[in-house]
Every structure is written in C-alpha cells, then in structure tokens.
Write a protein that binds this ligand. Structure first.
Ligand code: ZN
Ligand code: ZN
Ligand code: ZN
Length: 242
C-alpha cells in the first residue's frame, strides 16, 4: 500500500431550503486510485443539510467561496465526474476511445414474447400423439408441421422493436401471468453481448481482447490533474464530517 494523499476543500456555498451552507469535498488518492466525495452542510450529528456522497451537481451549482473562482469550481467538478473511482472502470482504454462508455448508457427496449395459444396447442398435440404411438407400440412419424411446432421455444426476447424471428408463433402481452411488465428498458452496458449484438457486457475489445465489464480496470489519472487537485486551497473551516 502506498501513502494516501487526502485533502479537504471548501469550494462553495450551497443554498438549501433551510439556509446557505458550506459544501465540502474530500479528495483521496492512494495507489493510483482517486476518490472524491462531498457533503453539503454537514452537521455534528452526522446528518447534513443538503446531499452527501456523489453530490457533484449540487456543488457545481454553488457559489464559490473566497479562495475559489467559478472557473475552478467547474474544473473541479469536471475532474470529479471524469476521474472519481478511476481504478474501477469496466472498460479498457481502447473501448473508451471507441465510444463504448457513451454507448453503454444507451437504453434498449427489451420485450418478452410468449408462444401463441395456437402454437402451444399444436406442440402439445404433437407430443400427445407421439406418446400415444409409444404406448400402442406404433412407430411415430411426425408430420413436417408437427416437427416445426415441437421446436418453437416457449418465449423469445427482442430488442428495440425488432420482431421475433418467426413472428407468426409469438404474441406480445403487456404483462406476464404474475402481472410483471413484459417490457423493460436496459442500458447496453447491462445487456450481455452473447444475448444480443447491441449488448456491450462481455463484448471483446477489437484491439486487446478485454471483455467489457469482466473486471475492474484502472484508468491512469494524468499527473497534472493530481497536481492541480492537491494544490487547491485547503478548507479554512473544519467540517463536522466529510
Ligand atoms: Zn465520504
Ligand atoms: Zn414476472
Ligand atoms: Zn482494449
């Protein structure tokens, strides 16, 4: 374990419903991993007037304190959004360059379809006939139609309004038998690439082969960013907690 660098800053004052309060952020850097978390109006009892944690937006909209300018405040928040938890990235540097980070946030409409009643009944009838032949010691020779229906899967999942491969066998119902919706919206980063080409989870990088989301990768924070962060003015006041 390397040495931990810690700094507490007081970049702005935030207006909350109750009062104008100081906002603080704690910057920690250890073993190449950067972590920033904030708190708006920390109180002695451990509570806070505003938000805490990843409250970048609230801090971004605050009024700079005397040691800060708005330009510094905006730059600080940009760094926070870009580099917080840089050692827990699901992508390699090529995937970022290829735009997979943005793509992983794109929403996909995922629909579940069921076999139609008719399809289900035809499959059952074929199975029933096969069992009857078996019991009577007769040879079962399926018709081409029986073979087709016996091979139709129970349900299929489609993405972004595409139709099932054989739409004639399926129907879409808003809800399943338990009342759950059969439509959901998932981001591409959470859809397996094996499941659908739109999915990015597990998709290999064309350059190095790293499969998106298969481990945490460290994305190096540029040294000038670290230098800038640790040269920021130290908070003049001591927060109850941060
Ligand atoms: Zn914290
Ligand atoms: Zn359900
Ligand atoms: Zn790569």
């Amino acid at each position: 374990m390397g040495k931990t660098m810690v700094k507490v800053v007081n970049p702005c004052v935030c207006s909350t419903y109750h009062a104008d309060v100081y906002a603080y952020a704690k910057i920690e850097y250890e073993d190449g991993g950067l972590s920033i978390c904030g708190v708006v109006g920390p109180k002695r009892n451990g509570d806070c007037t505003g938000s805490a944690g990843q409250c970048v937006d609230e801090i971004r909209n605050g009024k700079p304190t005397e040691d800060w300018t708005n330009e510094m405040l905006q730059k600080f928040c940009d760094i926070w959004e870009r580099w917080h938890l840089n050692d827990m990235r699901p992508y390699c540097k090529h995937q970022r360059e290829l735009g997979w980070v943005e793509q992983s946030q794109e929403k996909v409409k995922v629909m579940k379809w069921d076999r139609t009643k008719e399809t289900w009944e035809k499959a059952r009838a074929a199975e029933k006939r096969a069992v009857e032949c078996l019991k009577k010691g007769k040879t079962f020779v399926p018709t081409p139609e029986e073979t087709i229906y016996a091979n139709v899967s129970y349900g299929v999942t489609t993405y972004n309004d595409e139709l099932p491969e054989h739409p004639e066998f399926y129907e879409f119902k808003e809800r399943d038998c338990l009342g759950h919706s059969n439509v959901e919206y998932k981001t591409r980063g959470w859809i397996s690439h094996k499941e659908h080409p739109l999915g990015i989870l597990g998709k290999p990088c064309p350059v190095c082969g790293y499969e998106y989301g298969s481990s945490w990768i460290k994305e190096e924070v540029p040294q000038d960013v670290i230098d800038w962060l640790f040269s920021l003015p130290e908070s003049r006041t001591k927060p109850a907690w941060v």
